[in-house]
Write a protein that binds this ligand. Structure first.
Ligand code: TYM
Length: 341
């Protein structure tokens, strides 16, 4: 008989409130979170990871409102608090408690390999916060505190979810238990790495220098149209096949975005627009983006006008999250040999 424990099918994922939400966050994360919620095959838990945000400096007032803005982004996109658990990380102190234990399980050498730390700390790693370095241990605790089996993320988070598996494995091995699951990263769909609109070799991010390089979920229709119109492309029209997009990062990015927004595959988009020039494709893309993002941004503004309601939803989600987390944390303490919880 197998001794493998079976885990409740459960999805966990999170977004940092370290700036406004971008089209990358929407296509690479939130839209897919809604799909998991609606599929109904897994319990779904979504978090605003405010403790991760403070690994780099955040103005307190800005952090406070960005936390609500990310919550509003989730809700406006279709995360339904009666179907999913939605909360902010700092309200559930078990995250930091398990995060400490995982800091003692993870090895320095593992952390040294994290490309995101290297990117973020840059040349001045000596001046980076200790929290930025330990970031992946806290992320592993976010996931494993709920025994999450699946973690939908964009491509940039793959290494962190793999590290989460390493931590689970080492914990289970060191303490001779089969307590934590080996969580699967789920990186699917055409838009798991949305690129910068001015430089197709860089990721679209909330912290990029120029606003023209990203679409924000709160941009209005004119701004969206202007940004796509000015997006960098090459002189060639769209080709007949995806293979012919190789070496054309900006062109591929716009096709990926179109596919992500329309719920189609890259191949289907290429089939429709083969031979089209940018003068035809860009306005079609802008119209689609306005059609999909317009109602979300309107709803975000409506929600943001009632912060008390957002806070109420987050507090309720935190209560639900604690109910799952507490027994798992207590059992972890017992396994480790800590007295009293
Ligand atoms: P964050 O806040 O940087 O991004 C949130 C989610 O959005 C995805 N994403 C993108 N996807 C496609 N193209 C892009 N340009 C793009 N930019 C961002 C990210 O991959 C992510 O899925 N460490 C995480 C937050 C986190 C977390 C977790 C995630 C903390 N704990 C536990 C999952 C599970 C982060 O910084 O994401």
């Amino acid at each position: 008989m197998s001794e493998e424990p079976s885990f409740t099918p459960r999805v966990f994922s999170g977004i940092k409130p370290s700036g406004g939400l971008t089209l990358g966050n929407y296509l690479g994360a939130i839209k897919r979170f809604v799909d998991w919620q609606e599929a109904g095959t897994h319990e779904t838990i979504y978090c605003v990871v405010d403790l991760h945000a403070i690994t780099v400096w955040q103005d307190p007032a800005v952090l406070h409102s960005a936390t609500r803005e990310v919550a509003a982004g989730y809700l406006a996109s279709g995360i339904d608090p009666t179907k999913s658990i939605l909360f902010n990380q700092s309200q559930v102190s078990a995250h930091t408690e398990l995060g400490w234990i995982f800091s003692c399980v993870a090895r320095m050498g593992w952390m040294n390999r994290m490309t995101q730390f290297k990117d973020k700390a840059g040349e001045n790693a000596e001046k980076a916060s200790l929290g930025l370095y330990a970031y992946p241990a806290l992320m592993a605790s976010d996931i494993l505190l709920y025994h999450a089996t699946h973690v939908p993320v964009g491509e940039d988070q793959k290494q962190h979810v793999e590290l989460t598996r390493d931590i689970a494995q080492k914990f289970n091995h060191d303490f001779k238990v089969a307590f934590f699951p080996e969580t699967e990263p789920v990186i699917e769909g055409p838009a798991t790495r949305v690129m910068n609109l001015r430089d197709g070799t860089k990721k679209m991010s909330k912290s990029g220098e120029s606003d023209m390089e990203r679409i924000n979920m709160t941009d209005d229709a004119d701004t969206i149209a202007k940004k796509f119109k000015k997006a960098k492309t090459d002189p060639e029209p769209l080709p007949e096949s995806m293979e012919d997009l190789a070496g054309r990062p900006e062109a591929k990015n716009l096709v990926d975005i179109y596919a992500g927004l329309s719920g189609r595959t890259d191949e289907e988009v290429i089939a429709e627009y083969a031979g089209a020039g940018w003068g035809r494709f860009k306005p079609a893309l802008a119209d689609l983006a306005v059609e999909k993002l317009g109602p979300i941004s309107t709803e975000m503004k409506r929600l943001m006008a009632d912060p008390a309601e957002i806070d109420r939803i987050l507090a309720h989600g935190a209560d639900q999250a604690r109910e799952i987390a507490e027994p798992i944390l207590s059992e972890t303490f017992r396994i480790v040999g800590l007295v009293g919880r």
